[in-house]
Write a protein of this length. Structure first.
Length: 144
């Protein structure tokens, strides 16, 4: 049963997230559109629910020990640093720093992978969100 407890808990979180995503208010002019403010949260919640359901059928081995909490604490520290850095550096530089630090914590040591992920992902995000969609994201107090 312990092999299925964590996936079932994740499934419960996904269902609660989907329920909350259905409550996202829509503007009258965007309610009839195929892609609106609810689309991305609903897709993410559905994917999480599907993956958690698959893991609950298969079962996930439960491994806990003192050596498992160090990387977890480091990742939590990276997330907190990312949240703190966003107002100062802006979203895209903070995302690059977060990805580089998180990959290093998880054991990635190859410079092309670290640089590719930490520069490529924010650059692609900037192109998609700011350049193509025209959504303005504040650059952070450090830059202006």
């Amino acid at each position: 049963m312990t092999r299925r407890l964590v996936p079932l808990a994740i499934f419960g979180v996904a269902v609660a997230y989907l329920w909350a995503a259905m409550g996202v208010p829509l503007d009258p002019w965007s309610a009839d559109e195929a892609v609106n403010a609810r689309t991305f949260p609903l897709v993410c919640g559905a994917l999480l629910a599907l993956l958690a359901a698959g893991m609950s059928f298969r079962g996930v081995p439960f491994t806990a020990g003192p050596g498992r909490y160090g990387p977890l604490a480091a990742i939590v520290g990276c997330i907190v640093a990312f949240i703190v850095a966003i107002p100062f550096t802006g979203l895209w530089p903070a995302l690059g720093l977060f990805l580089c630090a998180a990959l290093a914590v998880l054991g990635e040591r190859r410079p092309p992978v670290l640089l590719g992920a930490s520069v490529g992902t924010p650059a692609l995000g900037w192109v998609l969100v700011e350049a193509l969609l025209g959504v303005y994201i504040h650059p952070g107090s450090l830059w202006g």
